[in-house]
Design a protein around this ligand. Structure first.
Ligand SMILES: *[C@@H]1O[C@H](CO)[C@@H](O)[C@H](O)[C@H]1NC(C)=O
Ligand SMILES: *[C@@H]1O[C@H](CO)[C@@H](O)[C@H](O)[C@H]1NC(C)=O
Ligand SMILES: *[C@@H]1O[C@H](CO)[C@@H](O)[C@H](O)[C@H]1NC(C)=O
Ligand SMILES: *[C@@H]1O[C@H](CO)[C@@H](O)[C@H](O)[C@H]1NC(C)=O
Ligand SMILES: *[C@@H]1O[C@H](CO)[C@@H](O)[C@H](O)[C@H]1NC(C)=O
Ligand SMILES: *[C@@H]1O[C@H](CO)[C@@H](O)[C@H](O)[C@H]1NC(C)=O
Length: 370
């Protein structure tokens, strides 16, 4: 089953069941600080102590979020022991403290790789500061509620969003926006060094082959969000992060959006399972002061049913480099259809200030399903 094909099938069924016209709007302004109908709530901070044994690390978060983790009823047993350390042990610890069957926690930890569409961007302001923003759009085709026009899983995931400060010896190593109980990383910052987000890459050339191979026992590739976790935890510079993200063999294609801590350090790494196909960097000399990725290779046109790239770029262009800030990036990420019914959270990061902030989102009607 190919993801692009699923997206098409779902879109057809959604559109035929309930016609939602493409809904786009003028670039938003003045949305920040977040308020009003597109802002559903703030995100709670937790600390994870990396000096604890992996199975102990998530106890507090899961104790708080037990009820929300338990609502995820899906089966996918026995893969945990095939996953590398420390992820296998962390996932077992989460299952123990939540009471959710292990197989379900495993599925929760890998289904991201299948059901998301997202928007990520890194922009450089006129002083050389880098701002990294992302919308996490999660829950594609996991049940469309026709009555109130929302995605069931997206709504269930919103209460699970947490910010985490990962520490060693009581000092921050990196920070992330996460779903409680999800041990990979989709959005994170290593303060004063780099920022990283991952977007799914729908691919006709083998999105699932690597995952099937993994289950069958051929395990030389790495889960994509485990790689981002390892990079945030253990890489110490933009260059090191870039090399690891570009060169590590993966189980499925992905986009890594990476920002550094000085001028020119922002890129989108387009990955196949084996290779980095392309590294697209900020290049001020060419007038490219930001890079922006949704879920399509930047050198190709996006799928006509799912074009969030053009509206996002239009708003970035309209904002202009001189006005780039957390505030204006939030405005861009608040403009429909960049903001859509799948948008679970928005995260804004400022590497030099070591700052990560995130907001739970809502997209009042009229609003595109994705
Ligand atoms: C959608 O409907 C369900 C049940 O009918 C409700 O629990 C949920 O909160 C609603 N979601 C929104 C966004 O209104
Ligand atoms: C971390 O801080 C806590 C409370 O402030 C303290 O009890 C603990 O000993 C500290 N741990 C380390 C490794 O410094
Ligand atoms: C990071 O490196 C440390 C030390 O080598 C290792 O114990 C830890 O498991 C690594 N973390 C990840 C997520 O790979
Ligand atoms: C940028 O990152 C490098 C590598 O981590 C570090 O050596 C340097 O001090 C950082 N620069 C700033 C301005 O934080
Ligand atoms: C935004 O600006 C860039 C650089 O000038 C240009 O290539 C791109 O076509 C513009 N996109 C939109 C949607 O305005
Ligand atoms: C953006 O920057 C330009 C040039 O610095 C300025 O004239 C304009 O007022 C700014 N616009 C906004 C919305 O801040």
């Amino acid at each position: 089953m190919d993801r692009l094909c699923c997206l098409l099938l779902v879109s057809l069924s959604v559109v035929s069941a309930q016609f939602v016209p493409p809904y786009t709007e003028e670039c938003q302004t003045g949305m920040y600080p977040p308020k009003g109908p597109t802002f559903k709530g703030s995100v709670t901070w937790y600390t994870i102590d990396l000096d604890l044994p992996p199975s102990e690390r998530w106890k507090l978060i899961i104790t708080d979020k037990k009820a929300e983790v338990r609502v995820l009823h899906v089966l996918f047993p026995l893969i945990v022991d095939t996953l590398p350390y420390p992820f296998n042990e962390e996932i077992k610890g989460i299952a123990t403290s939540s009471g959710v069957p292990l197989g379900e926690v495993v599925l929760y930890n890998i289904f991201y790789e299948i059901f998301t569409v997202c928007t990520s961007l890194v922009a450089e302001d006129s002083n050389g500061n880098l701002i990294h923003g992302r919308n996490m759009d999660f829950g594609l085709f996991m049940g469309w509620d026709m009555k109130n026009r929302s995605w069931l899983i997206t709504e269930k995931l919103k209460p699970l969003v947490v910010n985490i400060d990962f520490q060693r010896r009581n000092k921050t190593v990196f920070k992330s926006t996460n779903f409680a109980g999800y041990v990979g990383m989709l959005t994170g910052i290593k303060p004063h060094a780099f920022t990283l987000t991952m977007n799914e890459r729908f691919s006709l050339d083998g999105g699932y082959i690597g995952i099937v191979e993994w289950i069958l026992g051929n395990r030389d590739g790495m889960w994509m969000s485990f790689l981002t976790r390892s990079v945030l935890e253990n890489a110490t510079s933009y260059e090191e992060a870039k090399n690891l993200l570009a060169q590590t063999k993966l189980l499925a294609p992905a986009y890594f959006i990476l920002g550094g801590n000085q001028t020119g350090q922002g890129c989108v790494i387009t990955r196949s399972r084996v290779l980095s196909l392309d590294i697209w960097e900020i290049e001020l000399k060419l007038g490219r002061w930001y890079v922006l990725e949704t879920n399509y290779d930047h050198w190709k046109e996006p799928l006509f049913l799912d074009n969030r790239r053009t509206p996002a770029m239009k708003c970035m262009n309209q904002t202009m480099q001189a006005n780039i800030s957390l505030k204006t990036v939030y405005d861009v990420l608040s403009t429909k259809p960049v903001l859509n019914k799948l948008t679970t959270y928005t995260t804004l990061m400022d590497v030099n200030k070591g700052k990560l902030e995130s907001y739970i989102r809502d997209c009042p009607n009229p609003c595109m399903p994705w």
